[in-house]
Design a protein around this ligand. Structure first.
Ligand SMILES: Cc1cc2nc3c(=O)[nH]c(=O)nc-3n(C[C@H](O)[C@H](O)[C@H](O)COP(=O)(O)OP(=O)(O)OC[C@H]3O[C@@H](n4cnc5c(N)ncnc54)[C@H](O)[C@@H]3O)c2cc1C
Length: 381
């Protein structure tokens, strides 16, 4: 997104606000909620409208933990970080359950199954299961395919869930009580010597006491600090017409190291996402306004090969942009020399697992100077 001179030239009306959130996705709405809980008057400015980014284009899997197998994550980040992220994810899920109750959001406690597409992956799954169990996490290891669809092994997390993500974000937004200015892209900001941040948007110039950037994949377009730290990455899905014979999975299934994922939807369709592994260069993109043939072909082939019992046509195809962080963990911090401009970005394919808890930490950091722990962006500076 770029803004021309004619669209916004700094002549917009000036408004003082207390706590300004940029981006009304899952994370922005959660940040608004926590800031309001802390007694702040919150305004959100959003380029489009509530939950039109990745937050309502995802598969709706609420899967506890990071998107890397537990033993690999332990080797990469160290066990203390992996345990902390697991706890953050559990806390996030308990918030989502609470919001679901408040907003009557569709949420199915169907559990998840991480499935092996090859004998090699089956060995990795067993190692992941043993590492989880050694940490007191009671996952189920299946040495054969519980779905009887040609997988080689599986790890079950019965406490996981599937959610209607658009309803979830709308609920968090409502619960925040925040004011929303939609269709209002932010195109520049600067913190003055008095600590007030001037934020230029299409409709309004805000003077904000505190600003929280929740712009995830779009962050490199918002400030150069994020270039190389947040990498926009497209993901695509398909959904069939409602199936005549009812659900085929009754779980959130994912496989091939998380590159493929599938679930039944609440209205009886089969949703399949992924197909990026074979098409990585194509999916290094920042637009969710198009799908691509090669990825869609992978998804359709997967549907026909793994689910030959499903004869329903594909009725919906879509794309969304994820914000990968350079090291796989979310990023929370304040911008260099702008102590009142905080951010919570970089949620990979696991924003539902980590977004709300991370937003809580980001707000606590900006308002109270709290240490965000393993998600602190300082690690990359
Ligand atoms: C196809 C797909 C499947 C996925 N599946 C899952 C899943 O099953 N489970 C899971 O946990 N995660 C999944 N994810 C990831 C998850 O959707 C994200 O991690 C999460 O939605 C990130 O939320 P967010 O609020 O940070 O980002 P977003 O929802 O993208 O929100 C960012 C917002 O910022 C706004 N914005 C950007 N720039 C500006 C600006 N300059 N001014 C004003 N507003 C601006 C955007 O318009 C957008 O609304 C998936 C993602 C995709 C794309």
């Amino acid at each position: 997104m770029t803004v021309s001179l004619w669209q916004a030239n700094g002549d917009q009306p000036v408004r003082e606000v207390d706590f300004l959130v940029v981006g009304a996705g899952l994370v922005g709405c959660a940040a608004a909620y926590f800031a309001a809980q802390a007694g702040r008057q919150v305004t959100i400015t959003e380029a489009r409208d509530v939950a039109l980014g990745a937050s309502s284009r995802n598969a709706g899997f609420m899967i506890t933990g990071l998107d890397t197998y537990y033993h690999h994550a332990a080797a990469r980040y160290g066990l203390p970080v992996v345990r902390e992220m697991w706890a953050l994810s559990q806390k996030t899920h308990s918030y989502l359950h609470e919001f679901a109750r408040k907003g009557n959001v569709k949420l199915d406690k169907c559990g998840s199954l991480l499935l092996a597409e090859s004998p090699e992956e089956a060995k990795e799954l067993e190692l992941a299961a043993r590492a989880l169990q050694a940490d007191g996490i009671d996952v189920e290891f299946h040495s054969s395919d519980p779905l009887k669809r040609g997988y080689y092994a599986a790890v079950g997390q019965p406490w996981d869930a599937a959610v209607q993500p658009y309803e979830m974000v709308q609920t968090i937004f409502r619960e925040s009580g925040a004011e929303l200015v939609s269709n209002n892209e932010m195109y520049a900001f600067e913190q003055g010597a008095n600590g007030i941040v001037t934020v230029y948007t299409r409709q309004i110039v805000f003077q904000a006491r505190a600003v929280m950037l929740c712009t995830n994949a779009y962050s490199p377009q918002v400030d150069p600090y994020f270039v190389g730290k947040v990498i926009p990455t497209r993901a695509q899905c398909i959904a069939t017409a409602p199936l005549k014979n009812g659900p085929v999975l009754n779980t959130c299934g994912y496989s091939d190291y998380g590159y493929m994922y599938y679930r039944d939807t609440f209205d009886g369709r089969l949703l399949i996402g992924g197909g990026r592994k074979q098409n990585k260069p194509l999916e290094n993109d920042t637009t969710d306004d198009r799908i691509t043939d090669p990825v869609q072909r992978v998804l359709e082939n997967y549907l026909r090969e793994k689910f030959p019992d499903v004869d329903a046509p594909v009725e919906r195809r879509w794309a969304g942009i994820m914000g990968f962080s350079a090291d796989g963990l979310p990023l929370v911090g304040t911008l260099p020399s702008q102590s009142q401009v905080g951010f919570a970005v970089g949620f990979h394919g696991h924003g539902l697992a980590m977004g709300v808890g991370t937003a809580e930490r980001a707000v606590d950091m900006l308002l109270n100077g709290a240490n965000p722990g393993a998600v602190a962006a300082r690690r990359m500076e």
